[in-house]
Design a protein around this ligand. Structure first.
Ligand code: 4C0
Length: 164
């Protein structure tokens, strides 16, 4: 069949169709493909399935470690703590936060290794395909107002508060 696949536009956060052979991109499904053929394209299940709300909003508190993809932050030029140490530190914050959104923003501002610290950890709205998968899945699994368990991404270990 054709060399079409479904991808996500990270700038617009919406799916588009990309032909890996002709390098052509389309916002709408290529003409001539049946509904079934579109649904069978690589990426269709992940990016076309409509069961997730279009966008969510979350704040997070990130503690990086030496295995982080970028072991540096506004706080610390060269982060050398182990992942285990990072998890222990984050457990301490989770205990202090104790489910409070206000405490979450306070601690994220002071302790988060992400630039979003300057905004209480707020990342703004995002859609499926824009954030690292473990982060996206954990956020969508939360109800608004809920705080996640500790989750791990290539960036480090996080606490997530879903806000919308
Ligand atoms: O990628 C960013 C910026 C994220 C951001 C989005 C929207 C508003 C403000 C910040 N910062 C990384 C750390 C990081 N890794 C993450 C992975 C998932 C979600 C948020 C993350 N933050 C880093 O600093 O290494």
């Amino acid at each position: 069949m054709s060399n079409w696949e479904v991808r996500i536009s990270s700038s617009r956060g919406v799916p588009y169709y990309y032909n890996t052979e002709t390098k052509e991109s389309l916002w709408e499904a290529p003409a001539g493909l049946t509904q079934e053929q579109v649904a069978a394209l690589p990426g269709a299940k992940q990016y076309l399935s409509g069961d997730r709300p279009a966008q969510v909003r979350a704040s997070h508190l990130l503690v990086k470690h030496r295995g982080s993809r970028r072991p540096s932050s506004w706080k610390e030029q060269n982060i050398t703590r182990s992942k285990e140490e990072a998890i222990e530190i984050l457990k301490g914050y989770a205990h202090e936060i104790d489910g409070s959104a206000e405490k979450f923003a306070e601690l994220a501002t002071v302790h988060s290794d992400c630039s979003s610290h300057s905004n209480g950890g707020d990342l703004g709205f995002f859609r499926p395909g824009q954030m690292q998968k473990p982060f996206e899945d954990a956020t969508y699994a939360l109800k608004v107002g809920e705080i996640s368990d500790i989750i791990s991404t290539d960036s480090g270990v996080h606490l997530i508060l879903r806000t919308a």
